[in-house]
Design a protein around this ligand. Structure first.
Ligand SMILES: C[S@@+](CC[C@H](N)C(=O)[O-])C[C@H]1O[C@@H](n2cnc3c(N)ncnc32)[C@H](O)[C@@H]1O
Length: 284
């Protein structure tokens, strides 16, 4: 088995230790909602799997001025929340790609349940061998996937291959600060699955691939505020009586140690061990 295959298996076990779609449908029922007719707002309580939730997707989309009709490839799309947001709120034509097959199945299911089955496309595949033709997208979009990629140069080269000339990448990622990172994290339960670059490493790698930096914004404050809301919601769930409906939250997608991961995300950011950035790069 190659290192890449071993990493793929380990990431699959990390992100989908049990049937993701069934878990989502069960959680929606327990929350007292109809899984046949879900609203996008209800799904957004768990389907935007990154620190800032849907607000950070909107922030980045507004900042880069996404325009109606633009073709976007969301790399590491998860269960498709960001792809649906970009399609429904910004009028973009979005294709999502993810390594975790069960996330792609769930992305299609959720799109159907929120009435967007034909609006977005989801493909199973890797960021390092994107299953799309050369020069076919205006934008690469990627939120909180980069920390699972050891070979960032190859990812940057793939982005250049599939972007049209003049196309751009909008990337949100956790980057290294100062000091060791506390695990488990949302993207990796242990350091073996985690490849968090420093800002300097990321800039050097993207530049080496021929990409040109357009913007670099630290969004740690937004992520910290969302993390505090998440933690409060999780603690409320723990304290809720058995009879009360359990509210939807990120725990729908994270069966293992969600409280520890939420606390570590807060602590890593508060102590400057990690930062979250949104950055934009041009492929000339
Ligand atoms: C923290 S989740 C973020 C999901 C989504 N971007 C979002 O914000 O809702 C990270 C995602 O990256 C995906 N991923 C990790 N390595 C990947 C790779 N090499 N190619 C494609 N997707 C990958 C995982 O399967 C997971 O869905």
């Amino acid at each position: 088995m190659t290192d890449n295959q071993a990493l793929t298996l380990a990431l699959n076990a990390h992100y989908a230790p049990e049937d993701v779609s069934n878990r989502i449908l069960a959680a929606v029922r327990v929350a007292g909602l109809d899984p046949q007719q879900l609203s996008r707002d209800a799904a957004a309580l768990f389907d935007e799997f990154h620190g800032g939730g849907r607000e950070s997707t909107r922030t980045l989309a507004r900042a880069v001025g996404l325009a109606s009709g633009q073709r976007i490839l969301d790399v590491g799309c998860g269960v498709g929340g960001p792809a649906r947001t970009l399609c429904a709120e910004f009028g973009c034509e979005v294709t999502g790609v993810d390594l975790t097959h069960q996330f792609i199945v769930a992305a299609k299911l959720l799109s159907e349940r929120v009435g967007m089955a034909d609006a977005v496309t989801f493909l199973h595949g890797s960021a390092l061998a994107l299953p799309v033709p050369d020069g076919s997208f205006d934008w690469i979009w990627s939120q909180n996937m980069l920390m699972n990629i050891p070979d960032k140069l190859r990812f940057a080269q793939e982005m250049r291959r599939v972007l049209k000339p003049g196309g751009r990448c909008a990337i949100e990622a956790v980057v290294a600060g100062t000091g060791d990172i506390f695990y488990p994290c949302f993207w990796a339960a242990e350091p073996a699955l985690s490849f968090v670059a420093t800002p300097e490493e990321l800039r050097a790698t993207f530049t080496q691939a021929g990409l040109q930096e357009q913007a670099w914004v630290d969004t740690t404050a937004l992520v910290l505020a969302q993390g505090k809301r998440r933690l409060a919601g999780l603690l409320q769930e723990v304290l809720a009586s058995d009879a009360a409906p359990t509210p939807l939250g990120i725990g729908v997608l994270v069966p293992d140690r969600v409280l520890d991961k939420t606390r570590n995300a807060l602590r890593n950011n508060e102590e400057g061990r990690t930062r979250t950035i949104q950055t934009v790069w041009l492929s000339p």
